[in-house]
Ligand binder design. Structure first.
Ligand code: SF4
Length: 371
């Protein structure tokens, strides 16, 4: 992964990240959430040159639901010719949820593997402990799923070497360098150069940058011989303040940039050869297989009394009911909906500032809640 790769016109692998786990249609109504919508976008991006599609599952309210990845992957296989499907194992859900991303039938050819936690808002930190990372890596190995190694900040590069030494991943390492807000690597050209310089030997690097950094930093990656991930998971806008119309719109612009810089776009076949992707030939746990003891965990709790499901409000309307906060009088994001629903280890009473400020105000009528 060098400037020489750029000069040698090494093909660029384009990953389209169509829909994430943070934003929903509340943030941009063009964001695909349901399996058919995601598959249509995947097909449009495949036609433009994407060889990998990175996807998350959502339920009918647009909330995060790894279990929906089975329907998503079936819809993509129905619509697309040959694109490599990459499931996300990231997000704030517990391991027992995230591992479902590896147990679809067929298994995805690739899956993301976060190499450490990331923080969002005031209370969210994902639980990517070394034990959890290793459990996911082992499962990927069992099913011949090629990991895309997500490096949210520079220190996590050490995990690439550790996983290789522990025999859990093989070269080539497909390292996705993440730049942007939260505790991601600061989105600066100097930071990109430094991380690319310190990649473990045998790495192919991919670059993801959030929001307005998507365009300049992915262009830099092309010049440094790297690969590129773009899409509405990482950036909801086509220009400053202008909501993106589709993933294809963002991808089309990237394709034009790559071609103007004289690097060809990798086909799915070239991508499989470059990353040594073999697919599920070995077997391993399947959908519905019993989860290992360590993957079982607590059930959901109750929910915030101010949570409602509406299709209209906040001056907007949607086809389906979505989570709505009656205190803030606005739709909430899929990630916040986990807090509103007391999912996983969240409790709206402790983890929502809107709730706390409201119940602490003297005039607030607060419904009685179960303990
Ligand atoms: S945003 Fe906060 S106050 Fe509103 S419904 Fe969710 S948890 Fe309750």
């Amino acid at each position: 992964m060098t400037y020489q790769d750029y000069l040698d016109q090494k093909p660029v692998i384009l990953t389209a990240a169509l829909t994430g786990g943070v934003h929903g249609k509340d943030a941009n109504p063009n964001l695909p959430e349901q399996p058919d919508e995601i598959a249509r976008e995947a097909r449009a991006c495949e036609r433009l040159g994407a060889s990998i599609v990175h996807v998350h599952g959502r339920d009918r309210h647009g909330e995060n639901d790894t279990g929906r990845l089975q329907a998503v992957t079936e819809a993509i296989h129905d619509r697309c010719d040959d694109i490599v499907v990459q499931h996300s194992t990231g997000g704030q859900g517990p391991l027992r949820e995230r591992i479902k991303a590896l147990r679809t039938d067929p298994a995805p050819e690739m899956a993301s593997l976060d190499l450490g936690p990331f923080k969002r808002d005031r209370h969210i930190i994902t639980d990517h402990t070394r034990d959890n990372i290793d459990t996911l890596a082992r499962e990927m190995r069992r099913r011949n799923i090629t990991p895309e190694l997500e490096v949210f900040n520079g220190g996590q590069l050490a995990e690439v070497t550790r996983l290789a030494e522990d025999g859990l991943i093989d070269r080539p390492f497909f390292v996705n360098l993440v730049f942007g807000g939260a505790n991601f690597t600061p989105p600066r050209p100097g930071a990109v150069l430094e991380l690319v310089r310190t990649l473990p030997e045998g790495s192919e690097f991919n670059l993801l940058a959030t929001g307005r950094h998507q365009r300049p930093l992915t262009t830099l990656a092309v010049l440094l011989g790297g690969h590129v991930r773009v899409g509405m998971e990482d950036n909801l806008y086509s220009d400053r303040g202008v909501p993106a119309e589709s993933n294809a719109q963002l991808l089309e612009r990237t394709v034009a940039t790559v071609e103007s810089l004289d690097r060809p776009i990798a086909t799915p076949e070239e991508t499989r050869a470059m990353l040594d992707i073999e697919g599920d030939t070995v077997g391993g746990p399947r959908p519905g297989d019993e989860l290992a003891a360590g993957e079982q965990a607590a059930d959901e709790g109750s929910a915030c009394p101010f949570l409602a499901y509406r299709s209209e409000g906040d001056g907007r309307s949607f086809d389906h009911e979505r989570p709505y906060c009656t205190v803030a009088d606005e739709f909430v994001s899929p990630m916040q909906a986990d807090v509103c629903n007391d999912r996983f280890d969240f409790d709206h009473r402790s983890h929502c500032d809107v709730y706390r400020e409201y119940v602490e105000s003297e005039t607030a009528p607060v419904p009685e809640e179960d303990d």
